[in-house]
Design a protein around this ligand. Sequence first.
Ligand code: PLP
Length: 384
Amino acid sequence: MSQQINHPTISEAEIIRPTRVEVDLKRLAENFSKVKQHVGSVKVMPVLKANAYGHGLVRIAQFFQELNVDYLGVAVVEEGILLREKGITVPILVLGGIWGNQVPLFLKHNLTITASSIEKLKQIDEVAEQMKVKAKVHLKIDTGMERIGVHYYNAENFLDAAYECKNVEVEGIFSHFASSDSADLTYTRLQLERFTEVLNYFEKHSIEPPLRHISNSGAILQLPEANLDMVRPGIILFGVYPSNEVKKTIGVKPTLTWKSLVVYFKVIKPGHPVGYASTWQTDKNTRAVTVPVGYGDGYFRSMSHKAEVLIRGKRYPVIGTISMDQIVVDINNDSAYNGDEVILLGSDGKNEITCDELAEWAGTIPYEILTNINTRVPRVYKSS
Ligand SMILES: *Cc1c(COP(=O)(O)O)cnc(C)c1O
């Protein structure tokens, strides 16, 4: 059974649009349970930033709430507020920290704050005092990313300051790996070592440690000693591995299929170019179909002359340059009819176009393929 959800940007016109993303919620549940089994009693925080890796933030958060997850992670406060407005009550950590005068928003919506400096801690403490609430924070330690967070070698003062803030509850402390998806784990181990040193603070001061977490998908797959109290999987929940090098120690399967339909058939005469800038032309009579998807949906233009799609279980090349809204597919001597399904990403049971392939064609990583499928493409959810 397919189910259409109320997405804030879906209009009637989009619901009948042939191009859509189908999310397999059963697979998502299976992937989640495999990750849970793999980490044992450790807590799990699904990370749902960037529209839940293209799967649709609200529906995916509702789904994880039904599975009783311990925590959810998002990147920016707007994502957290949207989830609260849609009735998500599980704890939510905003991983990206705070900017400007956002603290009242966090406190009003009961969102957990990433505190990334002493100055920001003080700001949080003051606002919490004014609002007569206790602010929940996770302290961010920089062990080797050089983005946000207090450097591991300055962490002691930061921790002292955190425990002096009367209106702040230090609920967690975390860091982030730079290359846990690589075959060479030297830098990842160094980062874990730095983080572990910081964590000695709690024993030294006889303080019950807060939630300690550092592992993303790559580390969950490859470095179990980094699980600590909680892990933060993103991409593996969606059945995609963070890199080609990573050890596939958990057998997850893709949850997203990107589909469209054949909407036009024609035979192109020899010597007739296809698409903008006439970069490709036929050398013989060519049976071709047009499919209404393009870079305006997130089907990267850089995949022109490389991409392939599945129609009736066979692979065919996309010809000419990828337009904003349409592509043309060479179907060789085969037949295809208006209304035939076209798989852009995903499997039709026998054959598969993987996220890794699209990433290779586009010259990027699988993460960007998923997060780039934009909101013009309606999301449809299947639960069986
Ligand atoms: C994105 C992100 C994750 C999840 O990363 P994956 O590689 O998708 O598992 C975990 N932690 C933080 C801080 C992140 O920004």
